[in-house]
Design a protein around this ligand. Sequence first.
Ligand code: BGC
Length: 808
Amino acid sequence: MHQEATARNSIRVSETVYHLLEMRKPRVLAVCSLSLLLSGAIFASAQNAQLTSGKVNARVESLLRQMTLEEKIGQTVQYSAGFATGPSASNLTYDELVAKGSLGSMLNVVGSERTNHYQHIAMEKSRLHIPIIFGLDVIHGHHTTFPVPLAIAASWDPAAAETVARVSAEEARADGIDWVFSPMVDIARDPRWGRIIESNGEDPYLSSALARAWVKGYQQGDLSRPDSVAASVKHFAAYGAVIAGRDYNAVDMSELTLRQVYLKPYHAAVEAGVATVMTSFNSLNGVPSTANPFLLTQILRNEWGFNGFVVSDWAAVGELKNHAIGDAPTVARKALEAGTDMDMEGNLYATVLADQVRSGKIPQKVLDEAVRRILRVKFALGLFDHPYTQPGPAYTPTPERRAVARKIAGETMVLLKNDPVEGVGNLLPLSAKVKTVALIGPLADDAFDLQGAWTVTGNPADVITLKAALGKRLGDKLLYARGCGLLPAKDEAALKGVTFTSTTSAASTEALADEQQSIAEAVEVARKADVAILALGEPSNWMEGEAASRTTLGFTGAQQQLLEAIVATGKPVVLVVLAARPLELKWAAGHVPAILQAWSPGIEAGPAVENVLFGDVNPSGKLPLSFPRAVGQEPLYYAQSPNGRPADGDLSHMPLNAQQKMVSRYMDEQNSALFPFGWGLSYTRFTYSYPTIDHAQIPMRNIALDHKPLATVSVDVQNSGSVAGTEVLQLYIRNTSASVEQPVRELKGFSRVTLAPGETKHVTFALGFDELNFYNAALKETIEPTTYDIWVGGSSLATAATSLKIVE
Ligand code: BGC
């Protein structure tokens, strides 16, 4: 990225940054002399007015008065009557349970026929005719499979997330689904954790902007619409910080970090009106999240004013027994009292609550409150008035849906590297002069894994692979070799028995009988071509997502060997990385001229990659997390805390002496990321003016606890290349003197700007209390007299700077 000062003489168009677009509600003022202290509780307010409207409340109370204890408990119970995404409760007779009013919600029941079956029983046979609420994991599209959430985060485009959520809601509702278990907004800073692919990455500011967009797209501000669904923000809380990146492990962190970093995106979702929250599997500082009153009552209800309901994660109430905090009745009581309103597949609320309520051990009002919260969501969704789903035609992706999926997939691709090659110039975009292209690698034609992990209803048959798309463009100028499998043959065979959803199959991971032979064949294919495109990554359905932690971050199977063999031919190589977690790309970065991070792109994988490789789409994605040089750096993130012995710059080539040794460094690797947060290249060049600020000095007395801007940072960005392009401008701050040490850099604004060749746009970023505050030692959000360094540029390495002083 180029960040030189540039002449400001071209067209000027004001761009508004995303954070200004957010609904800004005035907050109560409370001023202290030197610092401003803000307790979340001051701002508690009902977050989703629809859930507690007078009409909904009246209907809920009237129903509650008629309910027996068993019927009340029934509302808190959820079972999966389809495939299992975890250990199952038992073989239950769901028809019977529904008829008795002993089951309030079901998951993994999909399609109008199946959902209507249970809904008819609930509405016609159960005493009080309370509808079932049907939930499902709709993670990156329902039938139309979009790129995985981490890829969408790489677009830095909340409008894209909102579109994906809106399309998903429409398709899911037509399939009888009222409620989706999305978005997952766990801050994820450790790619050993497979669920990083479901996250928005490492940064609380970016993740919060995306959290709001996902919720808005699913719920569309009105749960009663026939094409909106209730969302469930998950997993509350801090699940992304499991120790050593091992799934389901414990989390141990200071409350300061919890509040300043990890809680932010969940809070953003709650402020956006999310109807439900899902607990997390992990314990937090010794207390399992599913039975954690600090999280579920103090923060969620009392501080944030959340008025929807809380569902446990899969079997998490039952699994509290494994956390060794009590026997079955005790853990169920703890979960309910802490604020977990619904037990997903844990089979404990159904079995051990009734006696405890009867005996008074659990106060009746605790159960009533949980039931009230669940019923409110059912009423707000209109389920009592429109319980059934009209059967529709079988879904096939329309050209319009495909066009949306392709456009969004194109926005998510990050051009990591694009070096000149002798006689060719920059290798990408591929020039029309290139005659023969060799497409090589196990992901080139793997519809199953190109969809990405965690698609329940996605159909691999809908996926256009790279081989199909490039074949269409190049005809017989495209040569192809698979080269190797994604995993060694024995592992593939073992994984074939494992299926998580009804539609997945292991067919695409077909093992190759003789891998050395097939690598040799791929080398021959590369030799015949002008350029080789390598489609490598990891098997998304087996090694990404839940229960998919890794201790290494290399390409799986023999792919690294394949890559090295093709590079050794001397042919120019374009590496397309089709993995949705950051892999270790150090060798590739040192030997391959062009690298495109393409994640798991969904049904339009092939056309989206093809468009970028051939320059029909100019890449604009930016990394939503840091890519490491080595797995040992993890957790690696840019917003590091300072330390007393900082290591400056690249120490890897320095002779080791005492001065360079006794600093915060690794002996065998640099500290920095291989590709940093915010990084992404374009086929054009963007030049930045130095940023300016309209109020460089602000007295403390002018600072109010509201959302109003205190100062505006402006910058001009010019497209100084010869093709149109989109740049994601990023604003970072550093608080240089605070009572609690602050990160060396923090993202506080971003803006996607599209520029024609030669065009300049004027971009402004507002800085107010929201952007400048931090948590002090008393855990209050505050601003103190200080100087903020401010940078604007195209990545977290931005150098063009200005500053803002807060004075007494
Ligand atoms: C996952 C959740 C998911 C739930 C329901 C759990 O295993 O952690 O993210 O929503 O299953 O399928």
